[in-house]
Design a protein around this ligand. Structure first.
Ligand code: NAD
Ligand code: TDX
Length: 358
């Protein structure tokens, strides 16, 4: 086994691509990046790595167990970090099949390949190996305004097909540790934002629509609350858990930055008002449009991140204000990237999701 090599899955998506860039900047070792390149995966996110000898990109499915097995045999990684997933709640409501296939069946085949590989390692390598599964706070369900934040011990209560599929995958990972002793780690993180996020998610969608001068759709009355974390802080947390996490453990990761959706939208509009003023000094706020709510919409997520802070020493470096300023600037500076990902199939999704809402 080569301890420094990591098999990253879903590394052409939003968080995965940021993680790959983070690892390569830190010169951690060879990154083998397995991604199916679904609508959400974008090789452009990795283009600047085309000549980086420490990055190997493989187009493929985590559910293809023999492919995963052959990559493990060839590159002998010391860790697998699993980002690959269908990740958008609204899409899971209109079409849950892909979520079950990748998030549940795919994770099963990936961890089964990992187990077979791990069993063949020497005793020293078996104890050094890690399977890190990247999950979400949504598995814990929803909170009321004054409820305490989610802890690692909070009972699972997923409410959407997306969160149910992620919960199922978390349980598989837990079982593979408990039954077979596979050294697993699970991280449950709050909402991320930053570069390379597909503009179907709230923050990049708002920036995109505002700059195009089209309606900014806010579900319901905009009072739902999310705990926002800048993506690079999430990547640092995953690296820290890989290095120092206890096998079989779960770590909650959060930004300690709860905002209503309306607060998020107003923040983006205010930054854009400064950076790209509209004609006649109209505010971008004027584009906000309240639309039919998401079915089963979770009211509030909040993460208690005291375990990872206490045991591993991780804490976020960005505040919501500094992270949002960087994020809006990135989308303004990368208009060509946005243009490329918002053509074709993206247009069909916008019609499916927003065409029915009043
Ligand atoms: P994303 O949708 O941007 O990217 C997912 C990536 O996985 C894409 O590159 C896609 O091509 C790839 N993929 C999908 N199915 C695959 C398959 N069967 N085999 C191989 N690759 C496949 O998602 P994201 O926002 O970067 O999220 C990454 C992970 O982090 C997910 O597991 C998600 O549940 C979790 N997460 C996301 C957030 C968030 O706010 N975005 C928060 C907490 C946890
Ligand atoms: O057009 C919109 N209008 C709107 O009001 C969209 C797309 C979203 N929203 C609301 C719904 C949510 O309350 O904004 C909030 C954030 O929505 P999303 O960006 O879709 O994220 P969310 O549903 O909270 O899930 C995200 O965080 C947890 C990720 O997509 C998941 O992958 C992650 O697990």
């Amino acid at each position: 086994m080569n301890k420094k090599n990591i098999l990253v899955t879903g590394g052409a998506g939003f968080i995965g691509a940021n993680f790959v860039h983070h690892c390569l900047a830190e010169k951690i070792g060879l990154i083998v990046n397995l991604d199916k390149l679904t609508y959400a995966g974008n090789y452009q996110n990795l283009e600047r790595l085309a000549y980086n000898a420490d990055h190997v990109f493989v187009r493929g499915d985590i559910a293809d167990q023999s492919l995963v097995q052959s990559l493990l045999d060839e590159y002998q990684p010391g860790a697998i970090v699993n980002f690959a997933a269908e990740s958008h709640v609204d899409r899971s409501i209109t079409g849950p099949d892909d979520f079950i296939q990748t998030n549940v069946v795919g994770t099963f085949h990936l961890i089964e390949a990992a187990l077979q590989y791990w069993k063949g390692l020497s005793a020293n390598d078996r104890s050094a190996f890690r399977f890190l599964h990247v999950s979400t706070d949504e598995v814990y369900g929803t909170l009321q305004k004054d409820d305490p934040a989610f802890m690692e011990t909070t009972a699972y209560a997923p409410n959407s097909p997306y969160s149910a599929s992620k919960a199922a995958s978390d349980h598989l990972v837990r079982a593979y540790h408990h039954t077979y002793g596979l050294p697993t780690l699970t991280t449950n993180c709050s909402n991320n934002y930053g570069p390379y996020q597909f503009p179907e998610k709230l923050i990049p969608l708002v920036i995109h629509n505002a700059l195009k001068g089209i309606e900014i759709p806010v579900y319901g009355d905009g009072s739902n609350i999310r705990d926002w974390l800048y993506v690079t802080d999430h990547c640092r947390a995953i690296s820290a858990v890989l290095d120092a996490g206890q096998p079989g453990s779960v770590y909650n990761i959060g930004g300690n930055s709860e905002k209503t959706n309306l607060e998020v939208v107003h923040t983006i509009c205010a930054i854009l008002d400064q950076r790209v003023p509209r004609e006649e000094n109209l505010s971008y706020d004027a584009l906000i449009t309240f639309v039919t709510d998401r079915p089963g919409h979770d009211y509030r997520y909040a993460i208690n991140a005291s375990k990872i802070r206490r045991e591993i020493g991780w804490r976020p470096q960005e505040t919501f204000e500094t992270g949002m300023a960087k994020t809006v600037k990135w989308y303004i500076d990368h208009a060509a990237w946005v243009e490329n990902v918002t053509t074709g199939n993206y247009q069909k999704w916008i019609q499916t999701n927003y065409g029915q809402r009043t």
